[in-house]
Design a protein around this ligand. Sequence first.
Ligand code: 13P
Length: 246
Amino acid sequence: AERPYIVGNWKMHGTRAMLSEARAIDRAAERLMKVEVAIAPPFTLIHATRKEAALIGVGAQDCHAAEGGAHTGDISAAMLKDAGAGFVIIGHSERRADHDEKDSDVRAKAEAALAVGLSVIVCVGETEAERDAGKAVRVVAKQLDGSLPQADSAAEKVTVAYEPVWAIGTGRTPTLDDIEAMHRAIRERLHEIYGDAAESVRILYGGSVKPDNAAEILNIAEVGGALVGGASLTAESFVGIMTAAA
Ligand code: 13P
């Protein structure tokens, strides 16, 4: 299989005191070269993290769709790139919920990021009510159709993260069979969107990934890595996941 891709999403956590965790993660990555590692700290730490951590990828958690202009408090993709980011997470369920981001907004942001040469991690995932209603695959397919940048050439810069909303921060995860079924469905949809180029798109699982469940999740067919929230906040637990991936 390919090199697993393990990405930490620090969400709204971290001041400069946390740079020591980034350094420790970077050092661990040096002896775990079989794993591709990245973290997405808050905007305020991107530049410092890039300077502290030589090996791992550093990215952002959002960007604005416009190149610039009168958008107080927002950050453009070009600014992220200038600060040292190599990728940006787009359409996380917390952004969709807290900032009412629609699929069309997610696509516009992803296209803005690609336009400046950033890679993107586009997040999708159903709510618990949608899963209970048997609609999970349909909901995720619709999100993919509406959120992904459309050009076939985009595929090589796009990663998809499947994050069931009900599994985020809850300690609950889908069964391994359910994760596998969803990842297969996502792969099929990617083929419809990108054709053969879809094969190069990695599909990450996110939602309550911990050191003790990472190995079994990462062993699933079509799971190309993990997007990790809470367990990425200390080097100790994140390195546990990196080690499970190796
Ligand atoms: P947790 O790992 O804390 O469940 O968060 C997952 C997530 O939302 C990563 O983007």
